[in-house]
Design a protein around this ligand. Sequence first.
Ligand code: PLP
Length: 405
Amino acid sequence: HFLLSTVPALTVEGPFALEAEFQADSDPSKVNLIIGAYRDDRARPWQLRAVVEAKRQLRVESSFHEYLPLQGSREFIGAAKRLIFGDAIVNKISESIASIQTVSGTGANSLIAKFLDKHTRCGSIWLPDPTWVNHKDIWEVNAPRIEMRCYPYYSDSTQAVDFDQMLQTLNDAQQGDAILLHACAHNPTGQDPTEEQWDKIARLCQAKKLFVIFDSAYQGFASGDLDRDAWAVRHFAAFSDLEIAVCQSFSKNLGLYGERVGALHVVMTRSPPTTATHVQNRLVDLHRAFVSMAPLFGCRVANQIFQNQELQDMWQADLTTMSGRISSMRNALYSELLRLRTPGDWAHVKNQVGMFSYTGLSKEEVKVLRTKYHIYMLPSGRASICGLTNTNVKYVAQSIHKVVT
Ligand code: PLP
């Protein structure tokens, strides 16, 4: 008769369970390629120089801890909007963008799912296959009314975006469906559409009147340049008749993972300005029931950087440092596999972008890497390149070599 006695059992799986297994592993040669968080060349967390300087300038010990407004910090939202859409678009259509500060990217994804479920007639959400492991749970939990569908995104045989299959499948999408796209540095594959392919996707969304959701968690991590990595979002936003949402995370590009800094923007160019107000108020209303308002501290740090040119320059240099180290580790792993004459074509390791490599290793090979060599990555074969260092990259290459030969 107790309520709790009927709670069904659940085995905890996924990246965080694997991380616990890694922490418990006492082998000195263990390597962590699991979690999508930047690490320095000693495999340790790294504070961005811009963040260290922003915190120093803020003199955090003397600051108050008041609630933010429900919509979030006005300065933060304004700057976040300009970072993703660029000045030209914001100056043109600012009145048509509803924005709210969220509990980072996860909060933004959850809020748009809740919003579409409760306040629109959205029929299906189309997710890429594969996608970030949390997307399915987010939509299942927050949008029970909306049917979840998948479109093929990646071909294992060509190790590239499966563009033809993707477009063919999306032909089944109906007016009023939503489609989720990764703005850049697709997680887990590290493969983004070309500009020409992005344009075709935009035209398909326009023709079919699909609601487009960009998940932008890696702006600055694909190319090292914030503007270049926003290309797809800006290209879509320049269409005059697309409805777009952007789930924006600053976890990775500011290294503010635990501070939960993010925003959700909803763009509706064709609608009268009153629509943006309705959407804005509904988002705030839903968010109030859900978490009230987003947290303050990380947003304060981000604001300090956004409002100060010197700190922005430092931030850009930090992005170059992070993307440069990732790129050099990709090259190191690739060269080592080539030197060892490891069977297979490993060019994808250096050509993919962002934090991850979709290695192409099978579930079984991933398991042997873990159990025999203490190298941890996701069962899908996704390896976080940030876990590689000049000290361990040879060991990782040698272990992969042994596992696949
Ligand atoms: N979206 C994608 C594709 C991600 O990879 C992640 C994090 O790994 C997120 C969103 C959300 O991250 P956060 O909630 O820390 O902003």
